[in-house]
Design a protein around this ligand. Sequence first.
Ligand code: 6V0
Length: 333
Amino acid sequence: RAFFRPIQQVAPPSPSKRRTKISVVGAGNVGMAIAQTILTQDLADVLALVDAKPDMLRGEMLDLQHAAAFLPRTKILASTDYAVTAGSDLCIITAGARQIAGESRLALLQRNLAIFRDIVVPLARNSPDALLLVVSNPVDVLTYITWKLSGFPPNRVIGSGTNLDSSRFRFLLADHLEVNAQDVQAYMVGEHGDSSVALWSSISVGGVPVLSSLDKHQIAYEEEVLERIRKAVVESAYEVIRLKGYTSWAIGYSVSNLARSLLRDQHRIHPVSLFAKGFYGIPDDREVFLSLPARLGRGGVLSVANVHLTEEESIRLRRSADTLWEMQQQLGI
Ligand code: 6V0
């Protein structure tokens, strides 16, 4: 005897109510933090996980499925076979090799290039209309590699870039000013990591620009404080890794926040790694991805915000573009 009795005339699902599917490649610390935030924030109807380690992957899938009684309904799938990702709206890549002691950045990149060939080609084949969001490091070069390997238009290939650096920046500024981080606007742009550029003029609290509301001698003092905060942002990733071995929660929330803006067509502005040639004086022969504040929606990167950069900030941005371009030349891709 069936548990449910069917009712008459159940309307077929309308095509506009199609399901949202997100795939996460790499079920390590970062991939699983992203997966669990996607689930708790109800961002997907179907969540597919892919990793090269089948037992660990199945364990992670079961562990998440066992939380079903506490979560919005999401179908959770996992496989080492990319067929499981078919028809995704968004594919998030967090897989990557870990740096071996003494290994150069370039040698690590070569290994990640080989891994990305195994990942991006089948992902793009299975979800030709998807948005691709790269998280693995070095994120800017790997986003470029993903763009090249996928053959997708650049607006559909995004790196999480300095979105996380910017949220760390906002947290530290909020802490300094004793306000809620959600009321602090502040962007870090450029390369994710050590050479990211903090845009002082972008800092506002509750809509009030911080630097231009101060008089001259206060500005000198605040600039010193801000520079200390910028350095703390760069240091903070290393500190977390030194203390707990990896970072996961903040990148999990930061990537889910991007997923929401993209899939729910929010048109919100996020600093993310995007195809940057031609913007802010980056020459046309520099095919690089680095972070700039962008308007994100269902089509991916919809436009790039025109924020004011000082001469110094522009120079640093162009220098990063040169560094990334040279590294890409060495990779031969
Ligand atoms: P991890 O815990 O080692 O997870 C990596 C996962 O990738 C492992 O489960 C591997 O089995 C898997 N993997 C490796 N090769 C393949 C392959 N060919 N196919 C499928 N899966 C594979 O690392 P963790 O999760 O801590 O970090 C993942 C990546 O995120 C690293 O590159 C980090 O540097 C990067 N991060 C990027 C951040 C950002 O702001 N962009 C922030 C934090 C970490």
